[in-house]
Design a protein around this ligand. Structure first.
Ligand SMILES: NC(=O)c1ccc[n+]([C@@H]2O[C@H](COP(=O)([O-])OP(=O)(O)OC[C@H]3O[C@@H](n4cnc5c(N)ncnc54)[C@H](OP(=O)(O)O)[C@@H]3O)[C@@H](O)[C@H]2O)c1
Length: 304
């Protein structure tokens, strides 16, 4: 039996409706969520994210501002710029566009952002709070994946959950969130590049999260019947015709499509629930950035 598709759009739109209401309440208290994106140097890929973020923020009434610093900006200059934003009462959230120019220490800059304005949830203080089960300002993608799982209503108590990938921005925070008592105590296992036999773990899992960046990594023979699959991977791969030849676009270049880390067509025949890529975790990630931006504004409002 084919799986139920777990699309991100519907949940994202419910969360955005709730956020619009929160934003009205904040305005009544004299606080308008105001997100500042800091871009150092030029980066074509960040431009796409900046446009997406701006559109999403404006759609629900968050002020969005892009601050651009030249490529030649020194580490001290970036740090003091972030400090100014930390001190600015009108700024409620800060997002650092990656990558930074190679001479800059991105981690030091990230840590300079006030934990209360850290809408990406990457500051050690916010990561640390995950240990205490506080998901207030959690890393957006991990939080998005957890909210999607919760929306299925699947009973989690006693379930085996396997997280494939242990990056700082997705796999590790996801594993910490799964350990929270708010999640009803499933048993998470985290797999990574050095895991000896990945299939032995994925095959006994009731729920599998995959965040690796390798198309087709999880195949049908690696999961059990009825598994819930949350595919976080985003990969651009060539489109091929029935004979396996690349399909060209109007400019004569290989046409590409976006896929996840799961071999969707075969795994969906075994799974009970599966997220599509695109359309699953992706729409929820931007929504969790909005959630964090409103959350940071609430913290600032509470101190007024
Ligand atoms: N949907 C969204 O909104 C969203 C947001 C962010 C990221 N993503 C996507 O999610 C994927 C992961 O992102 P990321 O930033 O976490 O990537 P990353 O920093 O490159 O981490 C990938 C992780 O996968 C592990 N890994 C590599 N090969 C493996 C294998 N064969 N078996 C098991 N584990 C393996 C790596 O382990 P080692 O570190 O030990 O090598 C690492 O922990 C990417 O496709 C990215 O585009 C999606």
């Amino acid at each position: 039996m084919a799986a139920t598709l777990l699309q991100g759009d519907k949940l994202a739109s419910q969360i955005k409706d709730a956020l619009r209401k929160d934003i009205e309440d904040l305005k009544a208290k004299g606080v308008r969520p105001h997100l500042v994106a800091v871009q150092v140097g030029e980066n074509a890929a960040s431009r796409v994210y900046i446009r997406q973020q701006q559109k999403a923020c404006e759609e629900i009434g968050i002020a969005y501002e892009l601050k651009e610093l030249p490529d030649s900006t020194t580490q001290d200059e970036v740090l003091s710029f972030i400090e100014q934003l930390n001190q600015d009462q009108a700024v409620t959230g800060i997002i650092l566009m990656m990558p930074l120019p190679k001479d800059l220490d991105a981690r030091e800059v990230q840590m300079k952002i006030s934990p209360d304005k850290d809408v990406e949830g990457m500051h050690p203080a916010n990561m640390g709070r995950l240990i205490y089960g506080e998901m207030g300002l959690a890393p957006c993608t991990a939080h998005a994946a957890v909210e999607l799982l919760k929306s299925t209503g699947v009973e989690l108590k006693g379930k085996e959950v396997v997280v494939v990938g242990h990056s700082e921005i997705v796999g590790k925070p996801l594993a910490l969130m799964l350990l929270s008592s708010q999640m009803d105590s499933p048993t998470p296992t985290v797999c990574h590049i050095a895991t000896r036999d990945l299939t032995s773990h994925t095959k006994r899992a009731d729920i599998v999260f995959v965040a690796v960046g390798k198309p087709g990594l999880i195949k049908a023979d690696m999961v059990k019947d009825g598994v819930v699959v949350i595919d976080i991977g985003i990969n651009r791969v060539p489109v091929t015709d029935a004979s396996g030849n690349p399909v060209l676009n109007e400019k004569g270049k290989p046409k590409k499509k976006t896929v996840g880390d799961v071999d969707f067509e075969t795994v969906k025949e075994k799974a009970s629930v599966i997220t599509p890529v695109p359309g699953g975790v992706g729409p929820m990630t931007t929504t969790m950035l909005l959630y964090n931006t409103v959350e940071s504004a609430k913290r600032i409002a509470a101190r007024k």
